[in-house]
Design a protein around this ligand. Structure first.
Ligand code: HEM
Ligand SMILES: N[C@@H](CC(=O)c1ccccc1NC=O)C(=O)O
Length: 285
C-alpha cells in the first residue's frame, strides 16, 4: 500500500485553491521581504563552485549581525533608562543568534583549501576585518580600539556610526552605571571614563560584583544581567575560536587578505576579555 493510500483523508481539499493569488494591491511574500534585493547581492566573481557557499555564509552571518546590533542597541537604550526585564530578553536573543553564527562554520568547513584557492585571489584585499556590522557589535560590547575605524574611511556614513559607538558607553559601561544606581560603590573615574579607550579592570568594580554574587536575591536583576553578559562573552569566544580553526584549516599561516598576519592576529584576539570582573568574581567567591 502506498503512503497516499494510508494517509488520512484531506479534510480541506479546497485549501490550495483558496490561497490568495492576486497581489496587485497588497504585499506578497517577496515584496515584503525584498527577496529580489536580497538575492541580487549574491554575485560570484569567478566560476568556482565553492564561491557560492562562501558568499552565502557571509551573507547569513551579516544578517545575524544586523539582528544582534539591533537587539544590543535596544537593550542598551532601556538599560540606560534603568529598565532590566526587556533587555534580558533581548540579550537572550543575542545569545541564540550568536549560536547560529557559530554553527555556520560547520557548513563553511566543507570547503577544502584547494576549493578556496580557486577564488581567493579574486576578492583582492577584501576581508571580514572590514565588516562594519561586526565592528559595531564589538564596539557595543566594549572592545574599543580606534585603529579599527580606519578601514571604513572610504565610507563616511559607516565611519560616523562606528565612531559614535566608539565614543559612547558600552553595554558593560551601562551595566556598571546600573550597579552604581543600586547603591554599589563605583568610582566616577570608571563611570565617566573616556569610552573610546579599552576598559581597564578595576578592583572596586570587582568588589561591587562580589556583593551582587554573594547576595543574588537582593540584586536579582543585575545578577541575571551579569550572567547574561557571561553567556554573550562565552558565545563570542566560541565564534572567534571556530573562526580561527576554520581559517587555519583553510589557509594555514598565510597572510590575511586584509593585511594582518592572519592566524597570528586572530589568535591574539582570543585573549580579549570584554567583562573582566565578571570572570574574576568566580575566583573570589
Ligand atoms: C574560509 C573562510 C575564512 C577565512 C580563510 C577567513 C580568514 C580571515 C583572516 C585571515 C582574518 C584576519 C584579517 C585579515 O584578513 O588579514 C579574518 C578576519 C575576520 N573574519 Fe574571516 N575568514 C573566513 C570566514 C569568515 C566568515 C564566514 C566571517 C563572517 C562574517 C568572517 C569574519 C571575519 C571578521 C569579523 C574578521 C575580523 C576579526 C577581528 O578583527 O577580530 N570570516 N578572517
Ligand atoms: N581574510 C580571508 C578572506 C576572507 O575571509 C574574506 C574575503 C572577502 C570577504 C569576506 C571574507 N571573510 C572573512 O574574513 C583570507 O585571507 O583569505
Amino acid at each position: 500500500m502506498s503512503q497516499a493510500d494510508s494517509a488520512p483523508p484531506n479534510t480541506n481539499p479546497d485549501a490550495p485553491e483558496r490561497a490568495y493569488s492576486d497581489f496587485t494591491r497588497s504585499l506578497s511574500y517577496g515584496d515584503y521581504l525584498r527577496i529580489d534585493t536580497l538575492t541580487s547581492a549574491h554575485q560570484p566573481v569567478t566560476q568556482a563552485h565553492d564561491e557560492h557557499l562562501f558568499i552565502a555564509v557571509h551573507h547569513i552571518s551579516e544578517v545575524w549581525l544586523n539582528l544582534i546590533v539591533q537587539e544590543l542597541r535596544a537593550a542598551m537604550t532601556l538599560l540606560s533608562a534603568g529598565v532590566t526585564d526587556a533587555p534580558l530578553k533581548m540579550l537572550s536573543r543575542v545569545v541564540r543568534a550568536q549560536e547560529q553564527m557559530t554553527n555556520a562554520w560547520e557548513v563553511l568547513k566543507t570547503m577544502t583549501p584547494a576549493d578556496y584557492l580557486q577564488f581567493r585571489s579574486a576578492f583582492g584585499r577584501a576581508s571580514g576585518f572590514q565588516s562594519a556590522q561586526y565592528r559595531m557589535m564589538e564596539f557595543l560590547l566594549g572592545n574599543r580600539n580606534a585603529t579599527l575605524l580606519r578601514p571604513h574611511q572610504h565610507r563616511p556614513d559607516l565611519y560616523g556610526l562606528l565612531e559614535a559607538a566608539l565614543n559612547a558607553p558600552s553595554l558593560y559601561d551601562l551595566a556598571l552605571r546600573l550597579l552604581s544606581e543600586r547603591g554599589l560603590a563605583i568610582a566616577p573615574s570608571v563611570l565617566e571614563r573616556d569610552f573610546a579607550q579599552p576598559y581597564v579592570q578595576n578592583d572596586e568594580v570587582l568588589a561591587a560584583w562580589l556583593t551582587v554574587y554573594r547576595d543574588p536575591e537582593r540584586y536579582w536583576d543585575v545578577y541575571e544581567l551579569a550572567e547574561k553578559l557571561i553567556d554573550v562573552e562565552d558565545n563570542f569566544r566560541r565564534w572567534r575560536f571556530n573562526h580561527l580553526t576554520t581559517v587555519e584549516r583553510t589557509i594555514g599561516f598565510k597572510t590575511g587578505s586584509g593585511g594582518t598576519s592572519g592566524v597570528g592576529y586572530l589568535r591574539k584576539a582570543l585573549d580579549t576579555v570584554l567583562f573582566p570582573e565578571l570572570w574574576q568574581v568566580r575566583t573570589e567567591l
